[in-house]
Design a protein around this ligand. Structure first.
Ligand code: F6R
Length: 263
């Protein structure tokens, strides 16, 4: 895994946006896997800014989001449909027909999960999957003990994740759903490239376990150690518990010129 330590979330998000923008320019019909939560917000803002400047066209891009709460209709303010629209899709030109988010209102949830997996395959697979990480090491909503081979399915959120996410529901834990549909760890691992972001000291333990700990279902993000093209962008507080952080900085500073992440 390539670890990129940046002084601030903003600096890390600019690098993330550059990586995504470069992919969209070199492969205009690429398939992006997208995440919600607070972590990717600045990345989405930066991508929208580049798009507004007229130098980034999403008109051929296809997107698949990681997850959606079960029981929240797309119009619910805290649904991930609404989140993505507010923070990304309304600011760029991804065609509606190319946007995919699991249907949390599906009556037949296993069928919806199978349909979602098939749609990813039909689109040619995900070129780049953007990820956040939960304080318990989850990616998507694959909570600790998730099968590292899992595919899109229903999951039950841990109490910790529900508490972490209560801030989006006005702090009211009772409003946070118990279930979600999430791409599996295996679905995420099938992406050709993975870009995980983590900002803030509350992510430091999860990041250290994911990057330097053993590969274990108890920290699902640790499986990214097995991915051939995985980058992890962290700010200083999130990097705080990485024992080899000086080494990661050294590697990033000494990349050959052709590998540097330009503007
Ligand atoms: C979001 C997702 C989750 C979040 C994680 C971190 O689609 O799948 O894994 O990335 O819960 O959330 P934030 O960014 O709010 O700290």
């Amino acid at each position: 895994m390539e670890i990129i330590i940046q002084p601030t979330p903003e600096a890390g998000s600019i690098i993330a946006a550059r990586i995504i923008a470069k992919l969209v320019r070199t492969k205009p019909d690429c398939v992006l896997g997208l995440a919600t939560g607070s972590t990717p917000l600045a990345t989405y803002r930066e991508l929208a800014r580049i798009h507004r400047e007229g130098v980034l066209d999403f008109s051929k891009v296809t997107t698949f989001n990681l997850d959606e709460y079960v029981g929240l209709p797309p119009g619910h303010s805290q649904s991930y449909h609404a989140f993505m629209d507010e923070h990304f899709f309304r600011h760029v030109n991804v065609p509606r027909s190319r946007i995919h988010i699991p249907d949390g209102m599906a009556r037949d949830i296993p069928a919806e999960c199978a349909r979602y997996e098939a749609a990813i395959v039909a689109a040619g697979g995900i070129d780049l999957q953007l990820l956040g990480i939960g304080t318990d090491g989850h990616i998507g909503f694959n909570e600790p003990s998730s099968s590292l081979a899992s595919r899109t399915r229903i999951k039950t959120l841990t109490e910790r994740t529900r508490a972490d996410n209560a801030r989006f529901f006005g702090g009211d834990l009772d409003q946070v759903p118990f279930h979600c549909i999430t791409m599996g760890v295996g679905s995420i691992m099938a992406a050709r490239e993975v870009l995980m972001l983590a900002f803030g000291a509350n992510k430091a333990d999860a990041v250290a376990a994911a990057v330097e700990g053993p590969i274990a279902a108890m920290n699902p993000a640790s499986v990214l150690q097995m991915h051939a093209v995985a980058k992890c962008i962290v700010d200083e507080p999130a990097a705080g518990k990485l024992t080899r952080r000086d080494y990661y900085r050294w590697v990033f500073e000494h990349k050959p010129g052709w590998q540097k992440i330009g503007g």
